[in-house]
Ligand binder design. Structure first.
Ligand code: NAP
Length: 501
């Protein structure tokens, strides 16, 4: 059963601050830039949401001429467009300039100064530094930024930091201290692009915009929560990065923690950035730190072996480019978390994430308790628990399963689904990166992490990383195309539950 959307009032569309900006992308030729940032900027341009006075300087290690870089911008955008080749407007490409330099040697300071100083009225621009670079470069790029003179004229500045922010609590605190030597907290945009996705934002809207679910949203009515962030792709060209990050730092410390917070948080006093972020931080603080005995029983780390994805044979993780032959890096994680507060005491949050899994799937499943009595004694099947599913990938969709009586057959329960699918809406919604770029230009920090939240997320992760670092794993322990190691299935089965998919 599909649900239609009735229009109560016409949405006003996404407003963009008309202030002109200069965006300096460190890592402007990297994977993130090519797949997400450049296409997002182009879509905003096409939607007429970029100021005419918007300019981009990309910085990277490789030597490239301006023409070569603009060609890279063009092909990145073409690749992102479903229809293949498109004629990308020169007026868009001309907004881009490229500068090659090694940030570890602090190269390019003079060139960046010169680039910015050529703008006649620098005061009218905001300057946004975007670190689309591996986390280990953050410190030296901040050194570089600190050394910029930028024409000694006042201008509005901001910095966007990609996840992961630091590599543990200590480094996150140090990184933050260094950031604060140059930027005020309200100028720092710690990005987690999951928060820019419509369905993710809709979790809060759904919970606090409807009165029928929130009274049930607690330990009395919810049996458990499942969160899956699964990809069928491997690490592609990102071996150097992934070897250091693994699934724990790439997904669990940031995306997964944010998803847990959105499901579990209390209603904020209002939707101001700090009120929302205050409530999230309370959830991170409530996630219990696990003992080694608990971790041994309730956490699973895996690494993919060979297997088939979409019918094609794929190599094992240790045979991927730039990966150590004896690598102990986890490409799969599942575990049972607890949010130890009044609302959630005793409700397990089962989470899992991995690469080279059966399919691309990101979803949050709220599994309600089954009715207290089996009234339909003659039923040939047990009643299934009601499940509310927020699908984030591949489709943005919300569905609720309910039990109906199957027509004509005595007391035969039949589960049906009520669905709401975003793709059926006749409206343009911004992709996560488009939305977050717009929010950054506008100065809206609601969907970005605050430092105390980042530190709390690391507080949960640090002991888990330390625990796994001590174990000498016999990897690989799952085949590409499976749902991770068998232990992940057993994790729920021993509690009398099972993964929805
Ligand atoms: N890729 C994604 O889908 C994705 C998604 C979400 C978040 N992120 C985050 O985005 C960040 C970047 O990831 P990525 O996948 O784009 O990495 P990547 O493909 O390895 O790109 C890194 C970029 O940094 C540049 N770079 C590396 N060393 C440098 C140096 N010493 N001096 C100057 N530039 C240097 C590279 O320049 P050259 O190209 O010239 O070598 C490249 O442009 C990471 O924090 C990651 O967690 C990535």
């Amino acid at each position: 059963m599909d649900l239609e959307m009735k229009t109560l009032c016409e949405p006003e569309g996404v407003e963009v601050n008309t202030q002109p900006f200069v965006l300096i992308i460190f890592g402007g030729g990297g994977d993130l830039s090519q797949k997400k940032l450049l296409p997002a900027l182009y879509n905003l341009f096409k939607l007429d949401k970029l100021n005419n006075d918007a300019y981009i300087l990309s910085y990277g290690r490789r030597e490239r001429t301006q023409d070569q870089y603009r060609e890279l911008v063009k092909t990145s955008i073409e690749r992102s467009l479903q229809g293949g080749k498109a004629s990308i407007e020169d007026s868009f490409l001309e907004k881009f300039n490229y500068l090659s330099g090694d940030s570890e040697k602090l190269e390019g300071i003079d060139e960046i100064n010169k680039y910015i100083c050529k703008f006649k009225d620098i005061k009218k621009y905001q300057i946004i530094f975007y670190l689309a670079t591996p986390p280990n470069l953050a410190e030296n790029i901040l050194n570089l930024i600190q050394k910029l003179e930028l024409c000694d004229k006042p201008f509005k500045k901001k910095i966007v930091m990609e996840k992961p922010f630091g590599i543990d609590t200590v480094s996150a605190i140090n990184l933050n201290d260094n950031l604060h030597k140059i930027f005020e907290e309200e100028e720092i945009y710690r990005i987690d692009h999951y928060l820019g996705k419509e369905t993710v934002q809709n979790i809060l809207f759904f919970r606090f915009g409807n009165s029928i679910f929130e009274p049930l949203w607690n330990r009395s009515f919810i049996d458990h929560i499942q969160i899956t962030v699964a990809e069928n792709i491997g690490i592609e060209t990102r071996g150097n990065f992934y070897e250091k990050a693994g699934v724990l730092k790439d997904i669990i410390q940031n995306h997964m923690m944010q998803l847990i917070a959105l499901v579990a948080m209390e209603p904020p006093a209002n939707f101001e950035a700090d009120c929302v972020r205050d409530e999230k931080v309370k959830i991170f603080k409530s996630i219990s730190i696990m003992s080694e005995e608990y971790m041994e029983e309730n956490l699973v780390l895996g690494q993919y072996g060979t297997g088939k994805i979409s019918g094609e044979n794929v190599v094992e993780y240790r045979d991927e480019k730039n990966v150590d032959k004896d690598s102990n890096t986890g490409t799969f994680f599942s575990g049972k978390f607890h949010v130890d507060n009044w609302r959630w005491a005793g409700v397990p949050f089962y989470v899992r994430s991995g690469k080279r899994l059966d399919r691309k799937l990101t979803e949050i499943v709220i599994v309600f308790k089954t009715p207290p009595l089996k009234l339909f004694g003659n039923a040939c099947r047990d009643m299934l628990a009601n499940e509310l599913v927020f699908s984030i990938q591949p489709e943005e969709k919300i569905s609720l399963s309910i039990n109906m009586k199957y027509p004509g057959v005595e007391n035969y329960p039949h589960p049906v689904e009520m669905n709401f699918n975003y793709s059926k809406l006749d409206t343009i919604s911004l992709t996560a990166y488009e939305r977050l770029i717009v929010d950054c230009i506008k100065g809206d920090l609601t969907l970005f992490s605050r430092q105390d939240g980042v530190e709390e997320m690391w507080r949960v992760l640090d002991p888990i990383v330390a625990y796994f670092n001590k174990i000498n794993f016999k990897f690989p322990n799952y085949s590409a195309g499976a749902w991770g190691p068998v232990k992940s299935k057993i994790l729920l089965e021993k509690d009398g539950r099972k993964w929805r998919i």
